[in-house]
Design a protein around this ligand. Structure first.
Ligand code: NAD
Ligand code: MG
Length: 391
């Protein structure tokens, strides 16, 4: 048996959908991974159980009061709060799992890469918002992004054996083909979409995820963000990234090569597989999830996405092509609008229109450094809120 040293893992966003599934993987591999750091937003109920089970050395809470409460209850562990603590922890771990939702994940992505660490990246928003800055951080010796997002994990697996990066995309790649489940509203017309409810939008057909990404999946913005994510990860131009709807979520994505041969990655839809892939990379480890029973799979279907009913996909391509901080602007506008929808302040049908109005006000802001990204994010949020208030 090959001897592999224990790896120290930091899991930021431990109480969410990806976070708890990462803990499933760690629980099955206690001999390989030592959960050293966990971080979450504000709710203390679940994190208490996680502390008791995994005994991490460090806990970070976004919310100060929650941190204080936990510090009193668990005097033997270090409890911190705030953005700077998130930045510092990367230094003491081997693998950083970024499972925070939204732009709040940016400090983790940048600090992990700047400190030359393995970044298992679920938090796509940080890569999308800060593309050019992340690419610089990625050049730090030792730094590597292993995608956790299932489509990008699939692409990573299809491209395995080749050296691919943003700076040196593989010339023999003709196309990246991202699959999309189509979400809960696949097949509905614009007219029918006018009356969809929040309950229906939160009911995804194939994946059980956090609320923000579930809404993003219902508008196809998630797939749009994933197109930008694929561009940033693998350096393939937007014109060579295609989206195809595949309702069964068995084919997680494909790569078409110059000779038109296609390599695809398949498994049951279970996020613990791409999580385990990222944690174990470059090894592969036994996992008890996601094996396909071929006699039960009767069909795999593929269809064109409906960008008339779901314009968010087009908006994402536009922002991606525009580059600089346009993707940051798009992602921030989307966060604001989705948050308003989750609070029942706007209708589902308004989501793409509001984001489109916000993008119209994008003003070619540069993306030279981290400060530029924070400035663009802030500005986009203000503009989007103003647009919503004037409606
Ligand atoms: P979620 O809402 O279920 O969980 C989010 C986690 O982030 C929670 O633990 C929350 O406490 C924590 N958090 C929020 N703000 C924080 C802050 N400021 N500081 C520290 N922690 C904070 O979300 P999720 O569905 O697990 O998604 C997480 C990320 O993974 C998102 O970027 C999403 O797009 C991506 N992703 C998720 C899935 C999935 O199946 N859930 C699949 C692919 C990609
Ligand atoms: Mg995905």
């Amino acid at each position: 048996m090959e001897h592999r040293p224990m790896k120290d893992v930091a899991l930021l966003g431990s109480t969410g959908s990806i976070g708890t599934q990462t803990l499933d993987v760690v629980r099955e591999n206690r001999d390989k991974f030592n959960l050293k750091v966990i971080a979450a937003g504000s709710s203390t109920d679940l994190i208490r159980k996680q502390i008791t089970e995994f005994k991490p050395a460090i806990v970070i809470m976004a919310n100060k009061d929650s941190a204080q409460l936990l510090a009193q209850e668990f005097p033997n562990i270090d409890v911190y709060s705030g953005k700077n603590s998130l930045k510092e922890v990367a230094g003491s771990c081997d693998i950083i799992v970024n499972a925070i939702v939204g732009f709040a994940g940016l400090p983790v992505t940048l600090s992990a890469l700047n400190q030359g660490k393995i970044l298992a990246l679920a938090n796509k928003e940080s890569l999308i918002a800060a593309g050019p800055v992340v690419q610089k951080a990625r050049r730090t010796p030792g730094a590597e992004i292993i995608p956790v997002d299932s489509e990008h994990s699939a692409l990573h697996q299809c491209l395995r054996g080749y050296q691919t990066s943003y700076d040196a995309p593989l010339s023999s790649v003709q196309k990246l083909i991202l699959t999309a489940s189509g979400g809960p509203f696949r097949g509905l017309s614009r007219e029918e979409l006018k009356s969809v409810t929040i309950e229906k939008a939160l009911n995804h057909p194939t994946w059980d995820m956090g609320p923000k990404i579930t809404i993003d999946s219902s508008t196809l913005m998630n797939k749009g963000l994933e197109v930008i994510e694929a561009h940033e990860l693998f350096g393939v131009p937007f014109g060579q990234i295609e989206v195809i709807v595949h309702p069964q979520s068995i084919v997680h994505s494909m790569v078409e090569f110059a000779d038109s041969s296609v390599i695809a990655q398949l498994s049951l839809p279970d996020m613990r597989l791409p999580i385990a892939y990222a944690l174990n990379y470059p090894q592969r480890n036994e996992a008890k999830w996601g094996a396909i029973n071929w006699s039960e799979i009767s069909k795999l279907e593929f269809e064109k996405p409906d960008t008339e009913s779901f314009p968010c996909l087009k908006l994402a391509y536009q922002a991606g092509e525009a580059g600089q901080t346009a993707p940051a602007w798009l992602s921030a506008a989307n966060e604001v609008v989705v948050d308003a929808f989750l609070k029942k302040q706007i209708d589902w049908i308004d989501i793409p229109h509001l984001i489109s109005l916000a993008l119209d006000q994008y003003d070619d802001l540069p993306a030279r450094d981290e400060d530029d990204i924070y400035a663009a994010d802030l500005q986009a949020r203000l503009v989007t809120k103003q647009i919503m208030e004037s409606k």
